[in-house]
Write a protein that binds this ligand. Structure first.
Ligand code: C5P
Length: 220
């Protein structure tokens, strides 16, 4: 099986780019952030403090997550419920960032992610795919862009869906999540030593997709 790992901070364009690359290669695109978001959603629904391991860890045995692929698009099921759309809110993004710092949560998701890569050719995106989940991935890419460029993209995404959000709030969230993700003790966001770095600050989406396709073609 072949694996391409794409890591980087929120809003670097990972998911859109990973999806395009997977489609071209006929690989499965696995969005690991959706798994952390689903656990975040579960913790919020249960009224727990999602940053507190003592409150979140006991919830894990009650959580069953499944990834299904419908026409190449990943859907995530939380105890049988398709939560793929519900997890795409700023509140759940923060909850995901909170639960992701809890070691038991990362352990809980480790096998699920590894199994996907054992069974399929994958493009997998996340924060620790090249460093922890798939250290032997065939190609590793670390995708980044300035916080302002990433906040602008997120803002445009929400605006395109007709959602009222403030750019300043999004920028603040991006900076907070970056800080949380790169300073946590377990599996912090960092570039693997053998990952290829791509900064997309000055690229539009089309250029970023092409740049990643070129890197993959040159290294797969
Ligand atoms: O990629 P996405 O924004 O959906 O991820 C939500 C949160 O889940 C991230 O801010 C990060 O805290 C966490 N995450 C992680 N490890 C991954 C994927 C996501 O810690 N592999």
């Amino acid at each position: 099986m072949k694996a391409i790992a794409i890591d980087g901070p929120a809003g670097a364009g990972k998911s859109t780019i990973a999806r395009a690359v997977a489609q071209e290669l006929q690989f499965i695109y696995v969005d690991t952030g959706a798994l952390y978001r689903s656990i975040g959603l579960y913790a919020v629904r249960k009224g727990k403090d999602y940053t507190d391991g003592a409150q979140v860890t006991p919830l894990l045995p009650g959580i069953r997550l499944e990834l299904k692929f419908v026409e190449g698009t990943q859907r995530v099921f939380l105890n049988g419920e398709d939560v793929s759309d519900l997890i795409r809110t700023p509140e759940i993004a923060m909850a995901a960032s909170g639960v992701s710092a809890i070691p038991a949560v990362r352990d809980f998701l480790f096998d699920l992610q590894r199994d996907m890569a054992k069974e399929h050719n994958v493009v997998m995106d996340g924060r620790d795919i090249g460093t922890v989940v798939l250290p032997d991935a065939d190609v590793k890419i670390f995708l980044t862009a300035s916080p302002e460029a990433r906040a602008r993209r997120r803002f445009d995404e929400h605006a395109a869906k007709g959602e009222k959000v403030s750019y300043d709030d999004i920028l603040r969230d991006v900076i907070t999540r970056d800080y949380n993700d790169s300073h946590r003790a377990v599996a912090p966001l960092k570039q693997a030593s053998d990952a290829l770095l791509l900064d997309t600050t000055d690229m539009d989406l089309k250029e970023s997709i092409q740049a990643v396709k070129d890197l993959v073609a040159g290294h797969l």
